[in-house]
Design a protein around this ligand. Structure first.
Ligand code: NDP
Length: 350
């Protein structure tokens, strides 16, 4: 029998959609992604981008405080044992995601730990295939597969992720390790300007490392960054290597000039922020859902989560290249759940 709602993805958008659709008695199935090396390398493991961050201080409802007892009591023991010991205050990204997952499970959401590898959205019910070889029919689908930050692809970037390497200043910038320390942002677009300006509240100096001699960023954002006395630009420079140790994490970067490739320079810093764009996780859709000019799933109705395929909805970063916050992803996840519920009712699939 066809599933009423299949939710693909397990970040804040996916779990918010699951909580709402399960409470609406739609018996949702979440395909949360597979734990495999390819997903680890790409930054697309289950639980989304938040699972790759440390402390979360900007998600409403999770003020700082000792959450140990609450987490111990609310997360299944077998999953809890893989979470880092909670010696700090507040909630971490992985913890917040486990809490959302558990909240969805508490309302009866069924969860499959697998990737959707292919879809056929050309006829109804929709057909989904998983990496594990399952074939699933769905009356409605919520795409919530998120986006992944682009990194340069250096081994040293990978080594120091969560130890000074980040792709989200808003998520990580206020952490103690970055306070009053030199920081590096790589990129020359609006994201790099925004990240550098944001980071300048905490660290100093903030170096923007850009491979050309002019920014791609909009004038206003570039001017704001350039006018900030804590921000310095390293023009015509690329990152050769992120430097650091296992104990200290990032301690610096080695730059290489893009105009004279013999020329290198080492910069001391405690943070390295990649701001060279994001890539939405849409490969499995194989072009069956319309995307915008940047490759993000296009919402086709104003203030709704409908896509170009009737009965297929999208939520979170896979369709949002603008806000890209956990709270906005959760918000659109809730919207997609309500949109799917109303769509199913209107079609008489109750
Ligand atoms: P962009 O694609 O606009 O910019 C990416 C930057 O990274 C470019 O400067 C590019 O260099 C550089 N880059 C890409 N690949 C590499 C590489 N391998 N090595 C070194 N540098 C690299 O992405 P953004 O994330 O900045 O912006 C995405 C979209 O989101 C844009 O439309 C932007 O306007 C929007 N946005 C808007 C904001 C706002 O208005 N508040 C804030 C943030 C983003 P090069 O220029 O040489 O190609």
């Amino acid at each position: 029998m066809a599933e009423k709602v299949v939710i693909i993805g397990s970040g804040p958008a996916g779990w918010a959609a699951a909580i709402y659709t399960s409470r609406a008695s739609l018996d949702p199935l979440v395909i949360e992604g597979a734990f495999n090396e390819e997903n680890r390398q790409k930054g697309t493991l289950p639980l989304g981008q938040l699972a790759l961050t440390t402390e979360v201080e900007n998600y409403p409802g999770f003020p700082s405080g000792d959450m140990t007892a609450y987490l111990d009591g609310s997360i299944d023991k077998p999953r809890r044992q893989y979470m880092a010991p909670h010696e700090k205050q507040g909630v971490s990204g992985p913890e917040l995601m486990e809490l959302m997952r558990q909240q969805a499970a508490n309302f009866g959401t069924r969860i499959k730990t697998d990737d959707v590898s292919a879809v056929d959205l050309s006829s109804h019910p929709f057909q989904l295939k998983t990496l594990g070889g399952e074939e699933i029919e769905a009356l409605s689908v919520i795409i919530a597969t998120g986006a992944r930050a682009n990194y340069l692809g250096l081994e040293s970037e990978d080594r120091f992720k969560n130890m000074g390497v980040s792709a989200c200043a808003v998520c990580d910038g206020a952490l103690p390790r970055f306070r009053d320390k030199p920081l590096v942002v790589i990129g020359g677009g609006d994201s790099a300007m925004e990240e550098a300006t944001y980071l300048a509240k905490f660290g100093s100096p903030v170096y923007i490392v850009h491979r050309r001699s002019e920014f791609r960023a909009s004038k206003i954002m570039a001017q704001r960054a350039l006018a900030n006395e804590k921000i310095q630009v390293k023009w015509n420079s690329s990152i050769d290597e992120v430097l650091g140790t296992d104990e200290a994490g990032v301690t610096g970067v080695r730059l290489r000039s893009t105009t004279d490739t013999e020329q290198t320079e080492e910069l001391e810093c405690s943070g390295y922020f990649a701001a060279i764009g994001h890539t939405p996780n849409t490969d499995f859709l194989a072009g069956q859902v319309e995307v915008n000019e940047k490759g993000y799933v296009r919402w086709t109705v104003a203030a709704r989560t409908n896509t170009s395929v009737d009965g297929v909805f999208a939520a979170g970063d896979v369709a949002d290249d603008n806000y890209r916050q956990a709270i906005t992803a959760a918000g659109t996840g809730c919207m997609a759940a309500l949109d799917a519920e109303r769509w199913l009712a209107a079609k008489g699939f109750e």
